[in-house]
Design a protein around this ligand. Structure first.
Ligand code: CP
Ligand code: NVA
Length: 308
C-alpha cells in the first residue's frame, strides 16, 4: 500500500514492515548516491523546513537530501516566520500547503506538530519535538542494519536520559523486533505510557522492551550501546542538576567492555564528551556515530520519497 500523503509524526503510525521498507529504501538510495546514479524521484517538489530549535544534521541532511531527490528545500526559522509574531499554526499550515509539497518541522510541543499536520494539506514530517525524534531512528536502524546485518533479534541498550530519543528508539526498536533495554536514573525515566505502548509493539514483533535503573545491567551482552545528551534543547537551565543526577551513567570504556566484544556505540549527536560519553568511546573503533550522522541523509530521502 502506498504511503504517499501520510504524515511522519511518530513511528507509532507505521508498521514494522513499513519501517523496514524505509530502512531498505534508504540503503538503496545511499548505494545509488555512492555509485553516482541520480534519483530525482521528487523533481519539481519543494519541502518547507520550519525550525524553532537549533540543528546541524537535520537541517543540512533534509536540504541536501531534497536536492539529491531532484527537488528543493526552504529553511524557515520561526524567528523570521510570522509564527514568531503570533500567526496561528493552523493558518501557517494552510498557507504553506498552497506553496510547498511537504513540511518538516522541529519544535518544542508535539501537540503543535499534530495541529500543523491536522491543518496542512501536504505531508508533515516531525524533525524533533520534546517527545519524539523519529527521523533519527530511521537513520539509526539503517546504521544497525549495515553494521550488524539484521534488526530483528538485535540486543540494544540505551543509557541516560529518558527523552525524545528514548521514546522513538523504544517504539522503532520494538516494531522491528529488537530487544531494547533502557537504563535511566530515577526521575528521568521515559514516559510510562510510551513504554507500555512499546512493550505492546514488542509483544507483537517478538522483541522486548525493559526499563531499569542500572546501566551495567542494561549494557551486559548487547550488540548496540546508545546514549544521548543529559540536557536536551529547552533544558539548558537544568544542566547542573542533571549532571549530578546522571552520575554513573557516562558511557566509558569500562561500560562498553560489558557489551559484546563487537558491540557498536551510537549517539544521535551532538555529543557532550565527559558527560554522557567519554572522548575515548566517541573516538574508539566501536563508535559508528559518523556513519549514523551520514545515514540521516539517506533516511530522510527515504522518508520523503515514501510520503511525498
Ligand atoms: N541528531 C540531530 O538531530 O542533530 P541536529 O540537532 O544537529 O539536527
Ligand atoms: N535529545 C536531544 C536530541 C538532539 C538531536 C534534544 O532534544 O536536544
Amino acid at each position: 500500500m502506498s504511503l504517499k500523503g501520510r504524515d511522519f509524526l511518530t513511528l507509532k503510525d507505521f508498521t514494522g514492515q513499513e519501517i523496514v521498507d524505509m530502512v531498505n529504501l534508504g540503503i538503496d538510495l545511499k548505494a545509488k548516491q555512492k555509485a553516482g546514479i541520480l534519483t530525482p524521484v521528487l523533481a519539481g517538489k519543494t519541502l518547507g523546513m520550519i525550525f524553532q530549535k537549533s540543528s546541524t544534521r537535520t537541517r543540512v541532511s533534509f536540504e541536501v537530501g531534497m536536492y539529491q531527490l531532484g527537488g528543493s528545500a526552504l529553511f524557515l526559522s520561526t524567528n523570521d516566520l510570522q509564527i514568531g509574531r503570533g500567526e496561528p499554526i493552523k493558518d501557517t499550515a494552510r498557507v504553506l500547503s498552497r506553496y510547498v509539497d511537504g513540511i518538516m518541522i522541529r519544535t518544542y510541543s508535539h501537540a503543535d506538530v499534530e495541529e500543523l499536520a491536522a491543518y496542512a494539506d501536504v505531508p508533515v514530517i516531525n524533525g524533533l519535538t520534546d517527545d519524539y525524534h523519529p527521523t533519527q531512528v530511521v537513520a539509526d536502524l539503517i546504521t544497525i542494519q549495515e553494521h550488524k546485518g539484521q534488526l530483528k533479534g538485535i540486543k540494544f541498550a540505551y543509557v541516560g536520559d529518558g527523552n525524545n530519543m528514548t521514546h522513538s528508539l523504544m517504539i522503532g526498536g520494538a516494531k522491528v523486533g529488537m530487544d531494547v533495554k533502557v537504563a535511566c536514573p530515577e526521575g528521568y525515566m521515559p514516559n510510562p505510557d510510551i513504554v507500555a505502548l512499546a512493550q505492546q509493539y514488542a509483544a507483537e514483533s517478538g522483541g522486548s522492551v525493559t526499563v531499569m535503573h542500572d546501566p551495567k545491567e542494561a549494557i551486559a551482552g548487547v550488540d548496540v550501546v546508545y546514549t544521548d545528551t543529559w540536557a536536551s534543547m529547552g533544558q539548558e537551565a537544568e544542566k547542573e542538576v542533571r549532571q549530578k543526577a546522571f552520575a554513573g551513567y557516562t558511557v566509558d570504556s569500562a561500560m562498553m567492555a560489558l557489551a559484546k566484544p563487537d558491540a557498536i556505540f551510537m549517539h544521535c549527536l551532538p555529543a557532550y564528551r565527559g558527560y554522557e560519553v567519554t572522548d575515548e568511546v566517541m573516538e574508539s573503533a566501536q563508535s559508528v556515530v559518523f556513519d549514523e550522522a551520514e545515514n540521516r541523509l539517506h533516511a530522510h530521502k527515504a522518508i520523503m520519497a515514501t510520503v511525498m
